[in-house]
Design a protein around this ligand. Sequence first.
Ligand SMILES: [Zn+2]
Length: 299
Amino acid sequence: MTSVSSFQGPDVPDVPDVPDVPDVPDVPDVPDVPDVPDVPDVRLRPVMTEPLRVPAGNPGAMTGDGNNTWLIDGREPTLIDAGVGLAAHVEAIARALDGRVLARVLVTHGHADHASGVPALRERWPALEAYKWPTAGETGWRDLADGERLVAGDADLIVLHTPGHAIDHVCFWDPASRALFAGDMVVEGTTVMIPAGKGGSLRDYLASLERLAGLNPRVIYPGHGPVVDRPVDLIREYVAHRQMREAQVLACLRDGISDPDAIVARIYGELSDPIRRAARMTVEAHLEKLRGEGFSPNF
Ligand SMILES: [Zn+2]
């Protein structure tokens, strides 16, 4: 018989109490991931639901980073604004369409950075329909009318005549998505030039801004600069800014200062040359508006 002798080893020291596990601290909130900025390479962007920004490739003093053109894809591919006809721009549109045909281009107004690219587009797509608000003496366009509906991609856009920056300026409005293609009505981060005496009218511009605010747009796709995701706030800021300038111009007039250059000097102080010319144009737009409203102390 074997006896199992119990083995007596050395005393096993007491296992020390496991110290309390400290509470796991709360995991800090993960910071919001910032929005991914617009990717200029059109091949990386979806093309079916959102309009596709196709840069016109014409940066400069008057165009900022260059113009935006907007490709609305779908059964009738449509481009908002034509750019200036640079080969790289036409090529980028063709690449996005992947062999399909650009059906039409809708131009927001006749300034060269928005309209002059039509011949280059038509060279690539000979059946292209080009639409614009009619002005005297222009040919080769299909005329737009206020309130007209046009197919763009798979959507219906409504034409809104919005003079002010230019006499022939229109916006295109998609009521279904509350998206507005606004041309040169707004540019985030700056103000819009109102060329007094050259088709610009501050009075018309302010009325056009009010019309756009009344639509309560969700998003604006502008002719320059980033997409505007707070359209009504931006429009309100624009109107307030113009009211502030008007009050300054009126104060000058009441003090007997009516010469545009003298008004510029008083309101803006020292300015470099191109900025002073722009400021003078703005002051002239205000003077023209005030004249139109019957204000006539000394001028
Ligand atoms: Zn313009």
